[in-house]
Design a protein around this ligand. Structure first.
Ligand code: C5P
Length: 222
């Protein structure tokens, strides 16, 4: 019911952290809660979209009516995104993807010794940039968490990754971003910007999705 600006649209999202295995019992990860991505999935579904949510390990319930695919590593997340990309109208990369992974996963549990230990890391693929580079791609949206020069870094990222829109948050402000229940996003696209104010993640999600809906190309077969 209600206001359905995304009716008939298909939306693919990533959310949460990724886990990069060191051995069968250990991994590298980050503190992403997945709250923003799950709020986006929930609101998009309420706004009429058919939503696929690709999530790293989080402790959140699946929003009603949302198709959820669980993954662990960045490589698994990329594979799940590429498997589900055909026919999508919108892609939102909300996951806090680990930038690096251990070069190799030890087959057995790594044993400690008195010596110091070095772990070699390699870069993970950039899922968002990979989606943006596809010839036939959805309207592609990224996030930028910055501590300073927010607009400059966000606009750099918009251009460098070839995005249609970027949602930036100033993570130097208390009570927003990682793990918080509230957020304060500013949206940037080539021709404009929009400050969403400070509100809970459901409201920020709704406003972001409204802006995306307004900026989507008109239906070719409407
Ligand atoms: O470059 P940076 O990590 O700050 O970019 C953040 C944006 O890129 C987020 O939308 C995030 O989901 C996405 N990203 C990604 N794959 C990566 C790194 C970031 O999709 N390996």
């Amino acid at each position: 019911g209600g206001h359905q600006p995304l009716k008939g649209k298909r939306l693919l999202l990533t959310a949460g952290p990724t886990r990069e295995a060191l051995d069968p019992v250990r991994y590298l990860s980050n503190h992403s809660s997945g709250k923003m991505g799950f709020a986006l999935a929930d609101q998009a579904q309420r706004m009429g979209a058919e939503v696929t949510l690709i999530s790293g390990p989080v402790s959140l319930p699946t929003p009603q009516g949302v198709n959820r695919i669980d993954v662990e590593s960045a490589e698994q997340m990329l594979a799940a995104v590429m498997d589900n990309l055909a026919g999508q109208d919108v892609f939102v990369g909300c996951a806090a993807v680990a930038d690096y992974r251990p070069v190799a996963v030890a087959e057995g549990k790594i044993k400690k010794s008195e010596a110091a230990m070095t772990v070699e890391l390699v870069r993970n693929p950039d899922i968002l940039a990979t989606v943006a580079q596809q010839a036939k791609r959805p309207f592609t949206v990224g996030f930028a968490a910055e501590t300073h020069n927010v607009e400059q870094y966000a606009r750099d990222k918009l251009a460098r990754k070839g995005l249609d829109l970027i949602a930036a948050n100033d993570v130097s402000q208390p009570g927003q971003g990682f793990n918080a229940n509230a957020n304060a996003l500013t949206l940037y696209w080539n021709e404009g910007a929009k400050d969403l104010g400070h509100s809970d993640k459901a409201d920020q999600a709704r406003q972001l999705l409204e802006t995306i809906a307004q900026r989507l190309p008109a239906d070719e077969n409407a």
